[in-house]
Design a protein around this ligand. Structure first.
Ligand code: ARG
Ligand code: ZN
Length: 389
């Protein structure tokens, strides 16, 4: 018997109005641009009364006219926030539509590459993994690296600084620099906060330390508001629940105390201090606690310009040089200002990539070029220091 097979191909076009498409609601990062003083105020009110995580600027009070605002919104609040922005006619758009998906992708390759292999440096790693890595590199390169214990965190994790000792390197400028300088590198200062971002994936964007404060329900202090440099002046907050909480007193955080003590104990031999942050592609120098210029403003400005140019030559990325408060906002209690006032003239904060496309969730493929450009800026600064010893 023969069977005839008739194949029918159907193509279905189903038209569904947008609002009826079934999608799982997802967290988003929104972008907004207030263009009048009224809009600035309205946006501040809106962000104050809704549960959002501000990405840029760091605090609601720092929102300014004609400056981009980036903020993270939980799925459940998205529709209402967008409706209100529309009603206020504040220009806005979605920067990232699937934040959870992006976070998931960035936290899955913690242990798949061999420690120290090149792909290992192209992924993000958990605190536990970074501790193992520190141990491993110091063991393999015991001739050029030392691990120095400088104290312990609030949750009693050890705090380490790696010291790179001069040896023959392949890179000529690096050889010269390492002949004249030792480099001290602290891979992670906020060890508790960082660990927390891995063990609680919904809190991947935690900023503060993990210390508790009496009977307050809110945890953590902003370490970059906890140094003893115009501590808790305008630009910081006395309120425990704020992202820019300055802590109960200067150096209240054991991590800040450990770093401050280490730097103080070595202040006569330390010629430059650089702290790496993200994001917005800036080369900042003191002051951040005042709008006034420091006495070395001109020299630091031209050096920051040179550093930004070195970055441009390396990866074509544009970094903007400037004094902290004048360039972004008043931020007292920062480590750069503190180091500068201690007598370390060459004190900088790098705000690394990007400018908001991924913000705090920079894709792993951008880690390596970001490191290369930052290193070129570090070299530029080191060479300047060497010429001015
Ligand atoms: N991202 C940094 C912060 O808010 C910027 C701080 C600039 N302040 C400074 N002291 N460098 O912590
Ligand atoms: Zn920062």
């Amino acid at each position: 018997t023969k069977m005839k097979l008739y194949l029918f191909f159907f193509t279905f076009f189903i038209l569904v109005p947008e609002k009826h498409v079934f999608t799982i609601p997802r967290d988003e990062v929104l972008w907004a641009l207030p263009q009048t003083d009224e809009q600035v105020e309205a946006l501040q009110d809106l962000l104050n009364t809704t549960e959002v995580i501000l990405w840029q600027p760091v605090a609601v009070e720092n929102i300014q006219k004609d400056r981009e605002v980036h903020f993270y919104v939980r799925a459940s609040s998205i529709n209402s926030i967008k409706a209100q922005l529309r009603q206020l006619t504040i220009q806005h758009k979605v920067l990232m539509g699937d934040v959870q998906g992006i976070i998931e992708k960035q936290t899955t390759n913690d242990t798949v590459n061999a420690r120290g292999s090149s792909s290992y440096y192209e992924n993000y790693h958990s605190m536990k993994e970074i501790y193992h890595w520190m141990e491993a590199v110091v063991k393999v390169h015991s001739d050029l690296l030392q691990k120095i214990y400088i104290g312990s965190s609030y949750e009693k994790r050890p705090l380490y600084v790696l010291k790179a000792i001069h040896v023959r390197e392949r890179d000529r400028t690096m050889t010269t620099l390492l002949e004249h300088f030792d480099f001290y590198v602290m891979p992670v200062i906020n060890v508790d906060g960082y660990e927390y971002t891995w063990s609680h994936p919904s809190n991947r964007l935690w900023r503060k330390s993990r210390s508790s404060h009496g009977n307050s329900k809110c945890i953590g202090t902003d370490m970059n508001r906890n140094f003893d440099a115009h501590w808790c002046g305008p630009g910081a907050s006395h309120f425990e629940c704020q992202e820019i909480y300055c802590g109960p007193y200067p150096e209240s955080e054991p991590e800040v105390k450990a770093v401050a003590r280490f730097v103080r104990d070595h202040k006569d031999i330390i010629k430059a201090y650089i702290t790496m942050h993200s994001y917005s592609q800036l080369v900042l120098f003191p002051y951040s606690y005042t709008m006034n210029k420091s006495k070395d403003h001109e020299e630091l400005e031209s050096l920051a310009q040179k550093a930004a140019k070195a970055i441009k030559r390396t990866t074509w990325k544009t970094y903007r040089p400037g004094a902290g408060a004048q360039t972004i906002y008043l931020a007292p209690g920062g480590s750069d200002d503190w180091a500068y006032d201690l007598g370390i003239k060459y004190s900088f904060t790098f705000e690394l990539r990007d400018t908001g496309t991924y913000g705090f969730l920079l894709p792993p493929r951008e880690i390596k070029p970001t490191c290369l450009e930052a290193l070129s800026a570090v070299k530029e600064i080191a060479q300047h220091v060497l010429q001015n010893l």
